[in-house]
Each structure stands twice: as structure tokens, then as C-alpha cells.
Design a protein around this ligand. Structure first.
Ligand code: CMX
Length: 474
């Protein structure tokens, strides 16, 4: 194990860093993709993509397919595909046993990062090497940033703390430094952006652990970082959720392993959800003005902090615990239905239900639910987890009868927060920080591709009332 001080003193070893070859694999695929985009631009720029309507202009651009996004696509009926692979495909093809995480068989977010960057599923060796590379990059976490983040007040919103930490890393951006010199050509932007992105992803477990220590432990570390374990294991350890950490919740070895697997699964399936969601879109937009990855993702994190987006997992925990305190039993369907109507009749939303694009149950929700179902001894006695599952059977009928939302089915947030809560993460505002660790991989992979493909600054036109009314008259 390596202490935080060793981490801070490691700058001089930068040159010895292990390399996973991800960058070479990425470099290999860039020329073909560049050529494809040039051909499309030259020959097909006038082809129409659906119809943009006034409804879309005043309705949050809903249904407006106007962003280019490399890594994932979202089908309303089927859900997310990562470079063409569904979640079950990813679990089957990449969820095997891996050396660096103690022979457990979970899907690692490192595999997803490789897949998103290159379009190819990594070998076990490539995933292991990438885990090691991220571990070694984390040893360069700047001591000044560590000091700044550990001085943030306990009561500050954890997402604000994360955004501050990320934005302050901007002083170490290799892209910003090279750009400042005025010597790099457009074709090389991606190379420096890539370095920043991998460093940012590597630093996230350390930032996350420090933020959790700030809000729960007077800023004192709850665990130690190690470059010998996978990225998610470090998140779990620094939250004090492994047996070799402070182990705040006295988890047995088996429960601690399960919690780490939960972090692995959660962070693997949250990496990306096509480009239009608020956090990914914000990162892409800020980056389009050539903001470096640190300030771009710091902005994206602030987007993720909204209750209609990443913060919904916290709302769900509050909602389930409150409902459980008001109904006689989570098995009582009549009382659940009445409770839901009382929410809807007071013009509130049922958190964890609905989606701007999806029109079926979210496959990420199914993956989270399966995690609980595979561990009946762990979860059977938890009445909040029971209610979460029961609600997924009852709420769609009520929401359909209510007739407002276009998708009455559960989204991923209806299950994720309550599982973290079950293992002892009780600080509800904190859940979104773990979401933020994961979403970095998708949003920032796209930033590498944005620069590799030379995408321009994003600058849509807007219409005022006069222009809209004149269109209506026509
Ligand atoms: N409960 C009650 N009403 C809902 C609802 C829900 N879960 N979901 C949507 N509605 C309502 C909307 O508020 C809207 O009402 P108004 O016409 O009065 O404004 C109407 O149904 C139509 O909305 P929609 O087109 O179906 O949904 P949107 O695309 O506008 O919004 C979302 C999508 C996710 C913001 C919305 O479903 C919602 O607020 N859900 C609850 C919060 C939540 O779970 N968010 C997490 C989403 C996942 C993520 O992005 O991270």
C-alpha cells in the first residue's frame, strides 16, 4: 500500500509510468475515422436528419438528432449500446476474471474505457495494463490540489467540491500548456487531450475519497490508495469500504468484495449514455471552445448535479425511505398505489421513473436489480430494496394511468442509490460523485475524439418570439 504522502511525492517518477498501449490502439484507428468524417462532410452535408420543429426548439431540443457522438448510441426501445454492444454483451464479452482485481468476475470500467476509445473490446491483458497505468498515473496527483480539496468545508455540496477539484487541475493541463505555447497543430490536439483525460480519470478515486473524508471524517483519509489494485477497488478503499481501509461499516471480507463489485458494475455501465444528456453535452460544448478536459468536465459535473439528471438517485433513496415510513408494509400494493397518487396529485415527479429518450425499462436498471437478485441473503431483509423492486412492478401502471410522462418505466437511478445506501453510504448528496467518476470515461473519450476529428466550436442559432411567431404564421 502507498500512503497519500508517497502519492504526493511521486512526481519525479513520471517517466517510469507503465503503459497500457491504449494510446497506440487509439492512434491506429484515428486516420480511418478522420477520412470517414471528411467523406461524409464533403458528399453528404445537405442530407436532412429528420425535421427540427418548433416543439423541439422550445422543448429542450427533444428528439433533435444534431450531435455527433462516437462511443454510444441510445435506442428508445432497447436502451444503451456501447460501440454497438448491449450491457449483456459487455458483461459476456468483458466480464471475465481479471488478475488485478483478485480473480473476481465483474465487468471493469477500464474495459469500457478501452472499448469507448478504440471501438474494440480489450483483451484481459489490455484491461489489466490499463488498470495499472491508471494506478501509476494517480501517483502524480498534485499535492496542491490534494491540499485544496482537503480544506473544503464539510457542508459544501460534494459535487461542488468535485467541480472545484477538477477545475483546479487545469493548471496541470498538458493541452492548455501546449496551446499556450502556440506551437501545436490541430491534428495533434488529441494527443495532449488524451494525456489530460487519462490523468483526470486516474485522479478521480483520490478526489472522490478525499471528498467523502471531508463530509464524513473531518477530512481524514478513510483508506489508502494503491497502484496494485483496479480503479474501482481504489474508490471503495478510499470510501472506507474495504477490509484493509478504515472499514467504517465493519464489512466482512465477502460484503466488502461485493461492495467493490457494485462499484465496478455501477461505474462500468454509467460511463456513457449517448451525447445529449446534460453532463456529456456540457462537457462536449465547453470542450468545443478548446477548454481543456479539466474545465470541460468540471462544467459537466455541475450539469450532472441537477435533480432531474444525476441527483435523481439521491431523490429515490429519500422517496423510498419516506414511503416506507408511511406505509404499513412494502408488500402492500394498495398503499403503494395510493402513495404514488398522492405524489402525482401534488404535481411532483416520481423520482427514478421516466426518461427523455428511453421508452422501455432502462437496461442499466435491470443490471442493478440483477446485482441485488443474485445476492438474496444480502438484500432480502432490506425493506427499501424490496420496495424498490415492488415499485418497479407497480409504478408503471400508475404513471400510465396518470398519462403525462412518455416513459412510465424505471430508469437506472431508481435502483442504484439504494444499493449504495444498503452497504452504508448514507450521505445521499454523495452518490452523484460516484456517478461523476464513471461518466468521465464516456464524456472525456468523446472529447479526445472531438479533437482527433477536428470538430468545430459548437454554436447553434436561436430564435426569438418574433421569429417563432413568423414561422407559425407561415
Ligand atoms: N413522475 C411524474 N411526472 C413525470 C415523470 C415522473 N417520473 N416523468 C415525466 N413526468 C412528467 C413531466 O414532468 C412532464 O410534465 P409537464 O408536461 O407538466 O412538464 C410530462 O410528464 C412529460 O415529460 P416527458 O416528456 O415524459 O419527460 P421529459 O423528457 O421532459 O423528462 C425526465 C425526462 C427524466 C427529466 C423526467 O422523466 C423526470 O423528471 N423523471 C424523474 C426524475 C428522474 O428520475 N431523473 C433521472 C433520469 C435519468 C438521468 O438522466 O440521469
Amino acid at each position: 500500500m502507498i500512503s497519500a504522502r508517497t502519492v504526493r511525492n511521486f512526481h519525479s517518477f513520471r517517466a517510469l509510468r507503465a503503459s497500457s498501449n491504449l494510446k497506440d490502439a487509439l492512434r491506429d484507428v484515428i486516420p480511418t475515422k478522420r477520412q470517414e468524417l471528411l467523406d461524409i462532410k464533403k458528399n453528404y452535408s445537405d442530407v436532412k436528419v429528420g425535421d427540427i420543429t418548433i416543439g423541439s426548439v422550445i422543448g429542450g431540443m427533444r428528439g433533435n438528432q444534431s450531435m455527433f457522438w462516437q462511443g454510444t448510441s441510445l435506442d428508445p426501445q432497447e436502451g444503451i449500446r456501447f460501440q454497438g454492444l448491449t450491457i449483456p454483451d459487455c458483461l459476456n464479452q468483458m466480464g471475465g476474471i481479471s488478475e488485478i482485481h483478485g480473480g473476481r468476475s465483474s465487468l471493469l470500467p477500464e474495459s469500457m474505457l478501452w472499448l469507448l476509445m478504440t471501438g474494440k473490446t480489450p483483451t484481459k491483458q489490455q484491461t489489466n495494463d490499463l488498470s495499472k497505468e491508471l494506478g501509476e498515473r494517480a501517483l502524480n496527483f498534485p499535492s496542491k490540489v490534494h491540499k485544496l480539496v482537503s480544506s473544503l468545508p464539510e457542508g459544501m455540496h460534494p459535487m461542488t467540491q468535485l467541480a472545484i477539484g477538477l477545475a483546479s487541475l487545469n493548471q496541470y493541463s498538458s493541452f492548455a500548456k501546449e496551446y499556450e505555447k502556440g506551437t501545436i497543430g490541430k491534428n495533434d490536439y488529441w494527443d495532449y487531450i488524451y494525456e489530460d483525460v487519462l490523468n483526470l480519470v486516474a485522479y478521480l478515486p483520490l478526489l472522490t475519497g478525499q471528498i467523502y473524508a471531508n463530509i464524513t471524517n473531518n477530512s481524514k483519509p478513510l483508506g489508502e490508495f494503491s497502484d496494485k489494485v483496479d480503479w474501482s477497488h481504489n474508490i471503495a478503499a478510499l470510501l472506507g469500504m474495504t477490509t484493509d481501509s478504515v472499514n467504517k461499516h465493519n464489512l466482512s471480507q465477502e460484503r466488502a468484495n461485493d461492495f467493490t463489485d457494485l462499484v465496478r458494475l455501477y461505474t462500468a455501465i454509467h460511463v456513457d449514455h449517448e451525447g445529449g444528456n446534460v453532463s456529456a453535452h456540457t462537457t462536449h460544448l465547453v470542450g468545443s471552445a478548446l477548454g481543456d478536459p479539466y474545465i470541460s468536465y468540471s462544467s459537466g459535473i455541475m450539469g450532472l448535479a441537477g435533480p432531474l439528471h444525476g441527483l435523481a438517485a439521491q431523490e429515490v433513496v429519500r422517496f423510498l425511505t419516506e414511503m416506507n415510513s408511511k406505509i404499513s408494509s412494502p408488500k402492500n400494493e394498495t398503499e403503494i398505489v395510493d402513495y404514488l397518487w398522492s405524489i402525482l396529485n401534488s404535481h411532483r415527479v416520481v423520482p427514478g421513473y421516466g426518461h427523455a429518450v428511453l421508452r422501455k425499462p432502462d437496461p442499466r436498471f435491470v443490471a442493478m436489480l440483477n446485482f441485488a437478485k443474485e445476492r438474496p441473503q444480502e438484500f432480502n431483509e432490506d425493506k427499501n430494496v424490496y420496495l424498490m423492486q415492488k415499485l418497479s412492478e407497480v409504478a408503471p401502471t400508475v404513471l400510465m394511468e396518470h398519462g403525462k410522462c412518455k416513459n412510465p418505466f424505471p430508469n437506472v437511478d431508481s435502483a442504484s442509490g439504494i444499493l449504495f445506501h444498503h452497504y452504508g453510504i448514507q450521505e445521499l448528496l454523495f452518490f452523484t460523485v460516484i456517478f461523476g467518476c464513471s461518466r468521465a470515461m464516456g464524456a472525456l473519450t468523446q472529447l479526445v475524439w472531438d479533437r482527433a476529428l477536428g470538430l468545430p466550436i459548437e454554436r447553434p442559432r436561436s430564435l426569438d418570439f418574433g421569429a417563432i411567431k413568423s414561422l407559425c404564421r407561415k
